[in-house]
Ligand binder design. Structure first.
Ligand code: SAM
Length: 400
């Protein structure tokens, strides 16, 4: 990816994408001004991870912290639980076994989005008689917390489940199931490149009334980026990302989990595949109204920015944090192991439309050309005796 192709320009910005109303553009301009001040206070160049943090999470301004629709057909992207209830029903089968094995188990969902997964899971667990007494959510976005509250409070009242929001992972010992679907790919990443044999860190500078890339020579020689560059022998010109925050998050998981499982679902690969020589532009992707592109400077605050997950790095961080790798596979193999096809079988009261909708959902979830192979599942845990059912068909832990 050449720097020039990434420098955005306000005129193209306004003409490239349809569907932008004036309120959205006013909001994006406010985000632009906020980040411009951050850049000025940082002395002219803001490290990219701080830019990503601000455009996604700055209170009242960032993509996740303001009122953008985000999910579903009217939003910017669709996640597995948003497609229908099959993903949640499969997961409920795994959850039943985990919850049955742990006394006083609690479910904690990290980054619960619209509450779709929680809704299906609580309903399915109620039907199977395996409801936990408590369903906890850690959600950074006040707007989404409100949506979760409206959607889940009546359901939890009906089933007698205590629903709570927490600011962060628990500080005290936690027993139960931790879920994170498409959250780690939304953690801010550092971006770096190999230039004349040295590593440089990406930053963001002002270029008139737009943002542009800049490169700084201030990377820590022992930092994560240097270790990755050495391990994967990154060549001259290679541009990629690292996610030190994912490591910090796994460390926090390791400190709080006493007995239980963390299931992490996300787009990503093992390290050797992530840092392939051919993947020399990294995996940064932006999502706006179901269009994916690679310019994080377009419409600040209006588009999602994600980066694929290096699952080998997560597994290493897990080991260091005292967590056992309990399984790693594709979303396709995981859902099929949990009986996706049986759960999707036609029901007596199905009409033609329901059958068609369910088969469309199956295709999206498992076809390799859709989410089936690109999305992976990793289970990390402690003090769990029995293997997890989701990895029955295929466990690719050895590839990490
Ligand atoms: C791409 S959405 C996925 C939502 C949901 N899990 C789903 O599958 O539909 C990412 C979610 O993670 C939340 N999130 C991102 N970073 C977070 C953090 N550090 N702590 C808690 N929630 C976070 C976002 O607000 C959002 O709810």
């Amino acid at each position: 990816m050449k720097e020039s192709t990434l420098v955005s320009n306000n005129k193209t910005r306004n003409s490239v994408w349809p569907g932008l109303d004036s309120a959205a553009l006013v909001h994006s301009a406010a985000v632009f001004r906020y980040i411009r001040e951050l850049i000025r206070s940082a002395g002219g160049v803001l490290p990219f991870d701080q830019y990503m943090e601000a455009v996604l999470y700055a209170p009242g301004l960032g993509y996740y912290a303001a009122g953008a629709r985000k999910f579903g057909e009217d939003g910017d992207f669709v996640t597995a639980p948003e497609m229908g209830d099959l993903f949640g029903h499969c997961l409920a089968r795994e959850a039943e076994q985990i919850l049955a094995a742990i006394p006083d188990a609690v479910v904690l969902e990290f980054g619960a989005g619209s509450g779709a997964l929680a809704e299906t899971l609580i309903t399915a667990l109620a039907q199977s008689g395996r409801l936990p007494s408590q369903y906890n959510i850690v959600e950074i976005s006040p707007d989404l917390r409100q949506r979760q509250h409206e959607r889940l409070t009546p359901l939890c009242k009906r089933y007698g489940v205590t629903l709570q929001w927490q600011e962060s992972l628990p500080q005290s010992p936690f027993n139960g199931l931790i879920l994170a679907n498409e959250v780690v790919d939304a953690f801010p990443v550092t971006r770096f490149r190999v230039e004349r044999g040295q590593l440089q860190r990406a930053g963001v500078r002002l270029d008139g009334d737009a943002f542009a890339w800049d490169w700084m020579d201030d990377l820590d020689a022992d930092g994560m980026e240097a270790q990755l560059a050495q391990r994967h022998q990154l060549a001259e010109g290679y541009v990629t990302e690292a996610c030190p925050r994912a490591h910090a998050w796994i460390r926090a998981l390791g400190s709080c989990l006493k007995q239980g499982v963390a299931l992490i679902f996300d787009y990503g690969f093992p390290g050797d595949e992530y840092y392939l020589s051919q993947r020399d532009c990294g995996t940064l992707r932006c999502h706006y109204r179901h269009r994916a592109h690679d310019d994080p400077f377009l419409y600040p605050g209006l588009q999602d920015i994600t980066c694929h997950v290096d699952f080998s790095a997560l597994a290493d961080a897990g080991r260091e944090a005292g967590l056992q790798l309990l399984g790693y596979t594709s979303q396709e193999a995981y859902l099929l192991s949990l009986g996706l096809m049986e759960l999707a079988a036609p029901r007596d009261d199905d009409d033609q439309r329901a059958i068609l909708a369910r088969s469309a959902q199956i295709k999206q979830l498992v076809l390799p050309s859709q989410m089936g192979e690109a999305c992976k599942v990793m289970a990390l845990g402690k003090a769990m005796e029995h293997p997890l059912a989701g990895f029955d068909l295929r466990d690719r832990s050895a590839s990490l």
